[in-house]
Write a protein that binds this ligand. Structure first.
Ligand code: PMP
Ligand code: GLN
Length: 409
């Protein structure tokens, strides 16, 4: 342990921490806190609970991809990759976009590799938005969005998504836009709600962005995890390609969330602006992992279709268990996550329940209000998010434990 430092003034929260989402990172004693994912994972480890909080699979991705990383290390791919990513991966990303969506980004100028989607999101927002600008997202929103918008100094404007289907009201969407809307940050399929937005909603966003001169940044990390609906990349819609940055990553598609290999594609001028920022965030990203994911992106179509089919069965196992436990279950069309309303069990505060749940029944989950500003948190007060990217037996055990909750409250 280091002795406490003598500071002339106490370490004050940085400006971005005074934004609404940044406040979620303040520990109850006012000190610096951790993200909800870290808090709940730590709690799950401490209590030995089944962790259906943080979204990571409990089975590693394909062996041949892991072996490719090992081989790349053995072959000496251990020094800095080019800042924009190794050519093989940029080419593989471009080929993937063409194979699945008919998009044809130029791997030399319209693709960059990032350290996970998280860096792509941060670099894009820092490249495009600043004080005086507005960044528009749906709400609830993935936690890093609020924090990074805070870092840029822009104002975070949101449009609510309400249960049961978590679709936006299109007139509320139109009125949330203004001539200060610099960026619309979309996420489809959507974390935490599991919503997959239909073409009509996406087209409305594209049209409004064109009208207001906004850039679209779209986070599509769950692109291959949709159930019974096709993923429609925003960039394929009429009027979108010229002002859209599309972000994805290997974490979800290949069950390799710890590798943190991401990428983004878009028109050359926007990609160049993001790349300028990216080079001062991480400069470049893990060389041997890039080469392994380049190989992974070349997997046959059946691999990509199989991921969703396996996951859909897991969704159904957990959803049935949650229903039996007495929750209202909102069936997701995509992602790793299913949301429930805990109100039928008489619960009014999902954050409080999430903190008690591991000790109560041995299961961890994520409260939805943490993905919201205060007003949205009020609207989603009793909602909990469960991850189903776990082995079937683990989900069955979690369901059995949750079935005992009613008697323990
Ligand atoms: N965006 C969304 C919507 C996510 O759910 C996640 C986390 N899985 C990320 C971005 C982060 O992706 P990565 O681990 O590739 O940085
Ligand atoms: N994306 C993961 C989730 O939503 C968490 C990743 C993280 O811990 N930042 O659960």
């Amino acid at each position: 342990m280091h002795p406490p430092r003598e500071l002339s003034t106490p370490l004050a929260p940085a400006p971005w921490q005074r934004t609404a989402l940044g406040a979620n990172l303040l520990a109850p004693d006012g000190g610096l806190g951790v993200t909800i994912f870290e808090e709940m994972t730590t709690l799950a480890v401490q209590t030995g609970a089944i962790n259906l909080g943080q979204g990571f699979p409990d089975e590693d991705g394909p062996l041949e991809i892991r072996e490719a990383a090992r081989a790349a290390i053995a072959a000496g791919a251990n020094q800095y990759a080019p800042g924009k990513g190794i050519p093989a991966l940029r080419e593989a990303v471009a080929a993937h976009q063409e194979r699945f969506y008919g998009l044809t980004p130029d791997p030399a100028t319209e693709v960059i590799i990032t350290t996970g989607a998280t860096e792509g999101i941060a670099a894009s927002l820092l490249a495009f938005a600043g004080p005086g600008d507005e960044v528009l997202t749906f709400e609830p929103f993935y936690d890093s969005y609020g924090a990074v918008i805070g870092l840029t100094g822009a104002t975070h404007v949101t449009v609510p998504l309400a249960a049961p289907d978590f679709m936006p009201d299109l007139s509320a969407l139109a009125s949330a836009f203004s001539d200060r809307t610099r960026v619309v940050l979309l996420n489809n399929p959507h974390n935490p709600t599991g919503a997959v937005f239909p073409r009509a909603v996406l087209q409305r966003v594209v049209d409004l962005a064109a009208k207001h001169g906004s850039i679209i940044v779209t986070d599509e990390v769950y692109e291959h995890l949709t159930f019974g609906v096709a993923h429609v990349p925003v960039a394929t819609l009429p009027g979108a390609a010229g002002n859209t940055i599309t972000i994805s990553s290997a974490g979800k598609t290949f069950s390799l969330t710890g590798w943190k290999v991401g990428w983004l594609t878009g028109p050359e001028d926007l990609v160049a602006a993001v790349r300028t920022v990216k080079q001062f965030l991480t400069y470049s990203s893990g060389t041997p992992f890039q080469s392994a994911i380049a190989m992974g992106l070349g997997q046959p179509d059946a691999f990509f279709h199989g991921i969703a089919a396996t996951l859909e069965k897991k969704r159904d196992i957990l959803s049935a268990g949650l229903r039996d436990a007495g929750f209202d279950v909102f069936t997701p069309r995509g992602t790793y996550f299913v949301n429930v309303d805990t109100a039928p069990l008489g619960i009014t505060d999902a954050l409080d329940l999430a903190r008690r749940l591991p000790a109560l029944v041995g299961v961890a989950a994520i409260p939805v209000p943490v993905f919201c500003h205060p007003e949205g948190a009020e609207r989603t007060r009793s909602l909990l998010r469960f991850a189903f990217c776990k082995k079937a037996g683990v989900l069955e055990e979690a369901a059995a434990r949750l079935a005992t909750l009613r008697g323990r409250l």
